[in-house]
Design a protein around this ligand. Structure first.
Ligand code: LMR
Length: 392
């Protein structure tokens, strides 16, 4: 039987990590996978998370099983940041469960949609490659529309056209903020229009919020999600703490469901528990527990938010520097200044991307996506000079 399975290519983005590590050049530049880096190129553990981890080691008395929902203290502690602080559960209409990272959250969100009867998912492209893989792996049909216009704005008309074409019972997957890979987010006015369009309930919103706090700030980055949830009766929200708490490999995420009433929300989550039980049984505890301990401690919350501020300021500096560079041949870096989050897309050909890697030791995704945080004062000049050489 097993000879039926042909060799599969490694995931291109994750394979890039190994290629980069194997490159002996001292001045190589990693603009690949989406992890934040300091000006020194490191991805340190947040000080607030370290402190919480110390507390966890000292106070945790058992590692006995929790259940498929994971650490509900973590799930609930996060809610005032994601949803409205006044009534995060919207009278019990919103509740959630812990998942293994943002991928587990998206997987469960799409699986729940499928179990509820969704057969087609609409999604703006380009998107995070794993979105399409998850939709395909669950046997759903993917319908795409353009995420951005040629001049670098989020393409509201394309989304509205897709919603026109969608049939009742389809789902639409939207990035809450810091669009991956383009960095191009819907504006607040566009979110207002999207929320109004989704209000008829024809299409189920699947909202992926994986980078809250890395764009404009925790509050501003929740604008779209909150706006949509204020307008619709039902939605599923996939959340990742992997970036905004820097706990990538600990896999910390959550999926939330919103329905018309608390009883139905709990029914949806009971399906989530069953799906989780059959997939991973229960999520890993450590990272979620550490995040909970941060959120339960006012001083640690302040420290965490300060650390997020520092990250955002650094990414903004890099964006400003690239934007100030303006045009390099046919490449226009100016729009990068007004985009958000870890990523930007460069309109480079596969040959140019390969030349950057082979000739300059600069690693980026095959799509032309760069991780803004991979650029530092020590390598940004080299990067711009290399771009001028391959694309100028
Ligand atoms: C990325 O897009 O680089 C991150 O979300 C990491 C991942 O899992 O792909």
């Amino acid at each position: 039987m097993l000879t039926n399975l042909a060799q599969q290519p490694a995931d291109a983005l994750l394979a890039l990590i190994k290629l980069y590590n194997a490159d002996p050049r001292a001045d190589k530049v990693d603009l690949g996978v989406g992890v934040y880096r300091t000006g020194q190129g490191d991805t340190p553990v947040f000080a607030a998370v370290k402190a919480a981890e110390r507390k966890l080691v000292e106070t945790q008395t058992s590692k006995a099983y929790l259940g498929p929902e994971g650490d509900m203290g973590f799930v609930h502690a996060l809610m005032p940041y994601v949803f409205s602080a006044e009534d995060p559960a919207m009278g019990g209409r919103i509740d959630g469960m812990q998942t293994p990272g943002g991928t587990g959250a998206v997987r469960l969100a799409v699986a729940l949609a499928k179990k509820a009867g969704v057969r087609r998912v609409w999604m703006g492209v380009p998107s995070w490659p794993n979105h399409a893989q998850i939709v395909a792996d669950l046997g759903l049909e993917l319908k795409t529309f353009a995420h951005a216009t040629a001049d670098g704005a989020a393409d509201l008309a394309a989304l509205e056209g897709a919603l026109d074409q969608a049939e009742a019972g389809d789902a639409v997957l939207l990035h809450g903020c810091c669009h991956n890979p383009t960095g191009i987010d819907y504006t607040p006015a566009q979110w207002d229009a999207i929320a109004a369009r989704l209000a008829d309930g024809k299409v189920l919103p699947l909202l992926d919020l994986a980078y809250q706090g890395l764009g404009q700030g925790m509050e501003d980055d929740a604008y779209g999600v909150r706006k949509v949830l204020g307008a619709v009766t039902e939605a599923i929200i996939a959340y990742s703490c992997d970036k905004n708490f820097g706990v990538y490999r600990d896999r910390v995420g959550a999926v939330y469901a919103m329905t018309a009433d608390a009883t139905q929300t709990q029914a949806v989550l009971s399906n989530g528990h069953a799906l989780a039980r059959a997939a991973w049984s229960m999520p890993p505890d450590h990272g979620g527990a550490a995040v909970r301990l941060v959120l339960e401690d006012e001083a640690l919350v302040r420290q965490w938010l300060d650390e997020l501020d520092t990250m955002r300021a650094r990414m903004r500096q890099v964006r400003d520097r690239l934007a100030a560079t303006g045009r390099i041949g046919s490449l226009d870096l100016a729009p990068i200044g007004s985009q958000n989050g870890l990523f930007a897309m460069l309109a480079l050909s596969p040959e140019q991307i390969l030349a950057l890697r082979n000739d300059h030791g600069i690693y980026m995704a095959g799509s032309g996506r760069i991780n803004i945080a991979g650029l530092t004062s020590g390598n940004i000049d080299k990067f711009i000079a290399a771009l001028a050489e391959v694309a100028g």
